[in-house]
Design a protein around this ligand. Structure first.
Ligand code: HEM
Length: 497
């Protein structure tokens, strides 16, 4: 009797599941969703996407289903954009309706979701913060004024590599590049290093551990009804990490307020500007918004820049003729000057073309995510309100309808071409586009070019023995950034001055 009851319940469950699924498929067809692989009950297309490098799997699926493709992530409806034309419709024509972000379960640790500029809905406080960033924090005049503080960090990087060169030891490129990017950012925000002394590993580890947790596929994001339960404990594990980051930021805020009271001169860095804004009557920026903004700048800023440096070195070692051309340009433009400064970058068109090509082939943020706040029509299909829009930057950058030899590393394709990262030209969008375009673009541009130019101008680079016979392992690892799966190790040799 009991056994037949269990069978009856199980059969009813399967019938309900199949009916709901069939109903969903029918209503998808009625809603004119873009085509896509057939979703399975409950898991949707998660099995199609797999766990390795989703930007690659989705690009392959798009070859079959089109550059606007439906996928279901668990029970969450999404569409994937894989061409410049469709990206342009999303980023230009409909951007006002699709500039929200999806909820990221783990990101709500310590209430960070409400404070984070990266995931905030595009409403009043987010707009106020973005305006402040564009007009003040990342304005050329402020970045120029803080340049000497960053230059000290470039010198420190060169000193570190020189020591390795003197010992004949290899450098694991991503490590000093990460430290330099993090410190250049920290100097721009707080006029000091946050990671000197015993906390060096502290800040670095916070960012690394935090990003791993955020990028772990999370049941909460695919089945929002169970999000509160935090079944994998990702939000719980991230909570002390965010709390620690907030604590570090609070210390900087408190110290600066004390300095102000003691009549210390202003530093006019990002912290000073944000504190001024906070004190204004009716300001939308409160203590939590400051914590959210500064935490997000470190999360978004350091790994992206250092990963770009590592990919660039990897491509240059695979393409010695490009390496020689960049070095020759540096010699011709800088002459006997050994130190590269941010103001030199505009005189180095081939270096800039090379960085563009690196960001085309290896965009560190391979996919970015939006959420439709209203139903929009794109390419004759409907994207219903609430749908997640995945912009597959990597697929757009390797689309063969846009690029000749899309997988080939050819910086020359950017020489004498007006192709900037502003998001206007959707063929090249490593910083995303529309209202949510990367906030740190102006600083990232300076950081990446200066670090790379310094490393290339001052050193010769050679692969260690095993790399010389096998070449660089260019396999990717997916995370908040897409990095080389095997960290790149190279032996520096100081150039004769
Ligand atoms: C090579 C370096 C970098 C790359 C490739 C990069 C790329 C991106 C991309 C693709 C997005 C998503 C844009 C979109 O959704 O349309 C983004 C967002 C963002 N980036 Fe960057 N980024 C870099 C460096 C930085 C730096 C240095 C900072 C800060 C100092 C920064 C801060 C941010 C922030 C705060 C957002 C979220 C903006 C929002 O949602 O309103 N990024 N970045």
């Amino acid at each position: 009797m009991a056994a037949s009851l269990v069978v009856a319940v199980a059969v009813s469950f399967v019938v309900i599941l199949i009916s709901v699924h069939a109903f969903q498929l029918l209503s998808n067809a009625r809603r004119r969703l873009p085509p896509g692989p057939l979703p399975l009950p409950l898991v949707g297309n998660l099995l199609h996407i797999g766990r390795g490098c989703p930007h690659r799997t989705l690009a392959r699926l798009a070859e079959r289903y089109g550059s606007l493709m439906s996928v279901r992530l668990g029970v969450v409806q999404a569409v994937v954009v894989s061409s410049a034309d469709v990206a342009s419709e999303i980023l230009h024509k409909h951007n006002a309706q699709v500039a929200d972000r999806p909820t990221v379960g783990a990101w709500d640790a310590n209430g960070h979701h409400a404070n984070s500029i990266i995931v905030s809905p595009p409403h009043a406080r987010w707009r106020a913060l973005r305006r402040l960033c564009a007009t003040e924090l990342f304005a050329p005049s402020r970045l120029n004024a803080l340049q000497p503080l960053r230059q000290e960090k470039v010198r420190e990087l060169v000193r570190h590599v020189s020591e390795k060169a003197a010992l004949g030891e290899p450098v694991t490129v991503r490590d000093p590049a990460f430290t330099a990017s993090m410190n250049m950012l920290s100097r721009t925000v707080f006029s000091k290093d946050l990671d000197s002394g015993p906390s060096v590993r502290g800040l670095k580890d916070l960012v690394k551990e935090g990003t791993v947790l955020v990028m772990t596929p999370n049941v909460s994001d695919f089945y929002p009804v169970v999000a509160a339960a935090d079944l994998q404990g990702l939000r719980r594990k991230l909570t002390p990490i965010v709390a620690h980051a907030y604590e570090m930021i609070d210390k900087q805020i408190e110290q600066r307020l004390r300095d102000r009271q003691a009549g210390e001169p202003r530093k006019d860095d990002m912290l000073d500007v944000v504190l001024d804004e906070w004190k204004k009557e009716g300001s939308l920026i409160d203590h939590n918004a400051m914590r959210g903004l500064f935490t997000d700048l470190f999360v978004a800023g350091a790994d992206t820049s250092s990963t770009t440096v590592e990919w660039a070195m990897a491509e240059l070692l695979q393409n010695p003729q490009v390496m020689n051309k960049v070095k020759r340009e540096l010699r011709e433009v800088l002459g006997t000057k050994t130190e590269v400064e941010e103001s030199d970058i505009s005189q180095l068109p081939y270096l800039q073309a090379m960085v563009k090509e690196v960001l085309r082939l290896h965009p560190p943020v391979a996919m970015t995510y939006y959420r439709a706040e209203a139903t929009v029509e794109v390419q004759g299909y409907q994207i219903p309100q609430g749908t997640i829009i995945i912009l597959n930057i990597s697929a757009v950058h390797r689309n063969e309808n846009t690029w000749d030899n899309p997988d080939k590393f050819e910086p020359e394709r950017f020489m004498n071409k007006e192709r900037e990262f502003s998001g206007k030209d959707c063929r090249l969008i490593p910083f995303g586009g529309g209202r949510r375009i990367c906030l740190g673009l102006p600083l990232a541009n300076r950081t990446v070019h200066t670090i790379l130019a310094s490393l290339l101008h001052q050193f010769e680079w050679n692969l260690p023995e095993e790399g010389r016979s096998n070449g660089v392992d260019m396999a990717e690892k997916y995370g908040v950034v897409v990095s080389l799966a095997t960290p790149l190790k190279v032996i520096p040799q100081k150039c004769a001055s």
